[in-house]
Structures are given as structure tokens and as C-alpha cells.
Design a protein around this ligand. Structure first.
Ligand code: PSU
Ligand code: MN
Length: 302
């Protein structure tokens, strides 16, 4: 497969400098323009400030790009018709030379191919509410089970079924680490109330855990739940109300499959008058900081 690795990223990888992968679905399907572009560029800046190199990943005319330029990020934020690409969509998008925004699953695949171990996002996909009827379980979870990339997120999005998501992660053998928290974060707020079995307090311990996982050739990645900072958290009650309205609306409009997550995120932004968007932006920057620190630690002893 032909992939294009940006010069700066290629150079960093060659020298074993820390690199952090970033996804593009959050840009083209997760946030409105121009906040999406502004956020993507700010997140890159946060990674740099920590001393790591950002690699935003997307697909342009069938070529996976590892380390998009600011101009390319701008296009991803604006252009209509960029496909949301999960694992199953990849062969189609590459062979048909389409533009594609990479989800957590696909970003993990491409990051791994490029030799990047750490990936920062907002929230990973999970088990949707009502999955017992719809079977809607994100391919992200299966990717975490098979591709050795560490993913930093702000927990599991409150629009999903969190207990079921944790069960599936356990079944699939994915280690979930709460960063400085004994509970799973739920994206817009720092604590879902669900306990986690593993808590770590330093990027170093987390890096060490990933290294051991790789050394033992245990398939798959690690998920780090990094709670949103209290001062940026949304109001839980307001968020939950908005989520319930959005879920009802989704059912009424018969939104299904890959359109669910983008629909719900957009609706929740509308219903909270932008409060959820502000939380989303704050949490991803916060994750970028931690991801860069972990990437640095992972480089130390490679
Ligand atoms: N969480 C966000 N914004 C997003 C997504 C998650 O806050 O844009 C995207 C990610 O790319 C994730 C995808 O991989 O949604 C999950 O979609 P699905 O549930 O269809 O697998
Ligand atoms: Mn789905």
C-alpha cells in the first residue's frame, strides 16, 4: 500500500523522536467548521509544545497521509462528501481513490503501518445504547483488540452504553487505564461512576505498560481514559437531557449505522447551545498533552 508520510513525521520516526497520531473524522464529521480546523491545528500545537511531533492522518484521493499539512486540514474541515472511513471502508476508499476521514479504527491501522505507537483522540466509538437490538458496536473496539497502538481518549462518550462498552473491551482483551482516576471518564464529564480496575498516575507507567504488551506480543492496543478537567466539564444533567432528546430524534429520523455518531454529536452541540462543543475542544487538547508525554516516555527506552 502506498502511503505518504510527511517530511517532518518521517524525519522524527527515523530519529526515534516522539510522534503522536491524530484522527480526521473528528475534523470532518465530529465538529462544525471553522471550530474543527481551529481545534485540529491547536491540538497539533499542544503536541508540539510538549516536545512531540503531531501526525494528523487522513486519506486524499486514495492515498493515506500521515502528517497532513495545515492546508490539507483546512480542506478536511470544509470539503463536502469526505467519507467517514472505518476498517471495512478502507479497501473501497483506497482503490476508488476517494477522500476519506479516518476514524479511530482506521487511524490506528495507518499509524501502526507508519510506526507510530501513540494516538490521541476525543472519544472512541463503543457499544451504542440499544445494541441488544441493533447490534451497533463500533469497529474501534475490535481495532483496539488487534492493533498495537495506545489510544488516549476522554473516556467513553456519554451517548453510548458505557457498561456494555467496558464489558466488550474486557472480552476483547483491551487494557483500560484510568489516568489519575479510579473511574471511567464519560467524555463531557470526568466521572461516569463506573470503576476501572487499573489506575496510573504517570505517563511513564503507561508507556511501560504498552511496551510490555508489545514485548509479549499481546495483540492490540491500550485505552487510556483521561478525564476532562473539572473547569471545562459540561453540566451532567444538561448533557444527559440533550443526549436523550438526540437519541429519540435519531430513532424518529431512522438514522442508522455509521451516521449515528456524527448525528448524535451534532445534535448534542445544538441542544446544549454549544456547551458540549466547548467541552469536546477542551478535552481533546488535554488528551494531546498526555499523549505527547506518553509518546516521549515510549521513545526513551526503545
Ligand atoms: N468521538 C468524538 N468525535 C468523533 C468521533 C468520536 O468526539 O468524531 C468519531 C471517531 O472517529 C470514532 C468514530 O472513531 O466517531 C466512531 O464512529 P462509529 O461509532 O460509527 O464507529
Ligand atoms: Mn456503528
Amino acid at each position: 500500500m502506498q502511503i505518504r508520510i510527511g517530511n517532518e513525521v518521517a524525519e522524527a520516526l527515523k530519529k526515534n523522536l516522539p510522534v503522536v497520531a491524530l484522527e480526521s473524522t473528528i475534523i470532518s464529521h465530529g465538529m462544525p467548521y471553522p471550530r474543527n480546523v481551529e481545534t485540529a491545528l491547536n491540538v497539533e500545537e499542544v503536541v508540539r509544545k510538549q516536545g512531540a511531533i503531531p501526525a494528523t492522518i487522513g486519506i486524499i484521493e486514495g492515498t493515506p497521509i500521515i502528517g497532513m499539512s495545515p492546508e490539507e486540514i483546512e480542506i478536511f474541515g470544509k470539503r463536502e462528501g469526505i467519507l467517514k472511513v472505518s476498517r471495512r471502508d478502507l479497501p473501497y476508499v483506497l482503490s476508488q481513490k476517494k477522500w476519506g476521514a479516518t476514524t479511530v479504527a482506521t487511524t490506528m491501522i495507518l499509524a501502526h503501518k507508519a510506526g507510530i505507537d501513540v494516538f490521541v483522540t476525543g472519544g472512541v466509538g463503543g457499544v451504542h445504547r440499544g445494541a441488544e437490538k441493533t447490534f451497533d458496536i463500533s469497529a474501534d473496539l475490535y481495532e483496539l483488540a488487534s492493533t498495537p497502538v495506545l489510544v488516549v481518549c476522554a473516556g467513553i462518550k456519554a451517548i453510548l452504553d458505557l457498561p456494555k462498552t467496558l464489558e466488550v473491551l474486557e472480552t476483547l482483551g483491551v487494557t483500560v487505564i484510568g489516568y489519575r482516576s479510579s473511574h471511567l471518564a464519560d467524555f463531557y464529564t470526568p466521572d461516569s461512576g463506573l470503576p476501572l480496575d487499573v489506575t496510573m498516575n504517570t505517563p511513564k507507567e503507561i508507556a511501560e505498560t504498552m511496551r510490555v504488551k508489545k514485548e509479549f506480543n499481546l495483540r492490540g492496543g491500550i485505552l487510556v481514559s483521561n478525564p476532562i478537567e473539572e473547569q471545562y466539564a459540561a453540566d451532567k444533567e444538561k448533557i444527559n437531557k440533550a443526549i436523550n432528546v438526540a437519541l429519540n430524534e435519531m430513532e424518529k429520523q431512522e438514522i442508522k449505522g455509521k451516521d449515528c455518531t456524527p448525528f448524535l454529536l451534532k445534535k448534542v452541540v445544538e441542544l446544549t447551545s454549544g456547551e458540549s462543543l466547548e467541552a469536546n475542544i477542551a478535552l481533546i487538547k488535554h488528551n494531546a498533552e498526555l499523549g505527547a508525554q506518553i509518546a516521549k516516555e515510549m521513545c526513551q527506552k526503545k
